[in-house]
Design a protein around this ligand. Structure first.
Ligand SMILES: Cc1cc2nc3c(=O)[nH]c(=O)nc-3n(C[C@H](O)[C@H](O)[C@H](O)COP(=O)(O)OP(=O)(O)OC[C@H]3O[C@@H](n4cnc5c(N)ncnc54)[C@H](O)[C@@H]3O)c2cc1C
Length: 286
């Protein structure tokens, strides 16, 4: 770890203390959760680190079919929690089993993933598809926003002076699935996808879809969600969607993959994810 300028290390006992310590460093302090990103891309300007593991923000709670997850909850704790296993067709388990490696998941927190919001990451794609809302506190009080809305703001600047408290996931009457394409199991995704479906009387009653690592951060595909609603799920529909996705998807080139490769891969990835969500819905009905 190359955090060489650090002069002081603090354990904050509550959110107020964390905020007051942050403000005392005037931009030269940082909150430390799992430390994965702080270690990977160290900030040379940092003088103080504030450990937030003792704020009481490590929990996974089921509430009216939705979930409330404390910001400092580790990915392993979410993965192993009973409420997460049963939520939205088990999509969080499907996701987190593929994120990084078990030792890293023991350290990494959901809050750290939300604040870092790497464009190549899988977690953002799933959270936007699920319609996550976040709650945070700064010196003016508490705030809430849809995660998509927060990420449209200068959120990294916001979290220089704020503590992310909780991520809330709404209830869904249906199932979500997550799929990604990587070179190897522990590698970063070349493209990732989350789809959710509700199926009523043999037809799709609602649909959610998001594509990420395009190489931009995961975003919803509203045209696809609209197109799917009211249709009969199955091979014929998937074939049609495969072509549409290939034609409409916005992708780019980075050091991991070219735009041409991503365009060719997006259709098959989306229909594989949709088919898995539909299969989970069938299992629930049965
Ligand atoms: C080797 C490696 C592989 C990875 N693979 C994947 C993958 O396959 N898929 C995927 O989706 N992701 C992957 N990630 C990303 C990983 O999920 C994030 O790095 C991790 O979740 C960050 O959490 P953390 O607790 O370690 O954050 P930290 O490093 O502690 O913090 C990150 C940033 O967020 C700030 N912060 C943390 N918590 C809060 C809070 N509560 N309030 C305000 N600010 C806060 C910190 O100050 C810091 O600026 C990978 C990361 C690494 C290093």
């Amino acid at each position: 770890m190359r955090l060489q300028g650090i002069k002081r290390f603090h354990y904050a006992r509550d959110v107020e203390e964390a905020l007051s310590l942050l403000s005392s460093y005037r931009g030269r302090g940082a909150l430390l959760a799992g430390g994965l990103d702080l270690a990977r891309t160290p900030r040379v300007d940092l003088e103080g680190l504030i450990d937030i593991s003792g704020l009481g923000l490590s929990y996974v709670r089921e509430e009216n079919g939705g979930l409330r997850i404390g910001a400092t909850t580790t990915l392993t704790d979410i993965l192993e929690s009973r409420p997460a296993r049963h939520y939205a067709g088990g999509v969080l388990v499907e996701l987190l089993q593929q994120v990084a490696s078990p030792p890293l998941r023991n350290q990494a927190t959901l809050g750290g993933a939300v604040v870092s919001a790497h464009p190549w990451a899988d977690i953002p794609t799933v959270l936007v598809a699920l319609g996550a809302e976040v709650r945070w506190a700064d010196e003016t009080g508490e705030h809430r926003a849809a995660l998509e809305e927060l990420w449209a703001r200068p959120f990294r600047q916001i979290f220089r002076e704020a503590v992310l408290i909780e991520i809330a996931l709404p209830p869904w009457d249906g199932a979500f699935a997550f799929r990604r394409l990587t070179r190897s199991a522990y590698d970063i995704a070349l493209l990732n996808c989350t789809c959710g479906l509700g199926i009523k009387d043999g037809k799709i009653s609602w649909a959610r879809a998001a594509l990420g690592a395009t190489p931009r951060r995961g975003r919803r595909l509203p045209w696809l969600e609209e197109f799917l609603t009211g249709k009969v799920p199955g091979e014929e529909l998937w074939r049609e969607i495969r072509l549409k996705v290939g034609a409409k998807v916005e992708v780019g080139t980075d050091r991991r993959a070219s735009a041409d490769w991503r365009r060719a891969a997006a259709g098959p990835l989306v229909i594989r994810t949709l088919a898995r969500a539909a299969e989970k819905c069938g299992r629930r009905d049965g």
